[in-house]
Design a protein around this ligand. Sequence first.
Ligand SMILES: CC(C)(COP(=O)(O)OP(=O)(O)OC[C@H]1O[C@@H](n2cnc3c(N)ncnc32)[C@H](O)[C@@H]1OP(=O)(O)O)[C@@H](O)C(=O)NCCC(=O)NCCS
Length: 181
Amino acid sequence: MRGYIIRNASQTDIPAVRAMQERSMWVLGGDFYHASEIAGFLTEFGTMDDAIVDEGHFFVAESDRGALIGSGGWTRSRPSYANGLGDEGQYTGEPTVRSVFVDPAAVRRGIASAIMQRIERDAGEHGIRTLHLTATLSGIALYEHLGYQAEKAMTVCLSDKTRFACVSMAKQLPKSREQAA
Ligand SMILES: CC(C)(COP(=O)(O)OP(=O)(O)OC[C@H]1O[C@@H](n2cnc3c(N)ncnc32)[C@H](O)[C@@H]1OP(=O)(O)O)[C@@H](O)C(=O)NCCC(=O)NCCS
């Protein structure tokens, strides 16, 4: 038994999900970003846009003990961080993976991969052929492992001019059996 399930998130999950995401960003993101960059990003943009939960494509990993230890989903909605992308980030409404985080106490157990597998399956079932994402530096190794290709380096510019580095990436999803038939 793997010790957790992946399920659809609900609005009531949001406080616990956000606390886990912020812990994740501070601990795991701390190997890649200065504390001031993390603090600025969390204050200005946060770890997730709550509204996307109601779209039905946002998932959490819940441990056997009921703790929320991972998150992630996809949406066509404009991310809040797009405000900081300037000219580079002209957002065109493509399906985008959002808010993939794992609790620091639960990393390297395949939880993010399981969430991404669920996201890709769900997106495929909704006719999506290509998934996009903006990877934090701490997320690049995961996404490369899952077959996403880097497109270009980007920076989210915070209002105090701090620059938060990230990379846009994309993956073409395999056709499902039904689509291939
Ligand atoms: C990135 C993150 C989601 C990965 O979660 P995870 O559950 O540990 O990932 P997985 O166990 O599914 O990793 C699958 C593979 O991805 C790669 N990978 C994942 N994290 C890695 C890391 N920190 N360093 C190097 N490779 C890594 C490895 O190939 C890994 O396989 P392996 O463990 O057999 O070597 C997690 O570290 C995290 O929450 N980081 C902070 C938040 C963040 O940056 N999220 C991305 C937002 S865009």
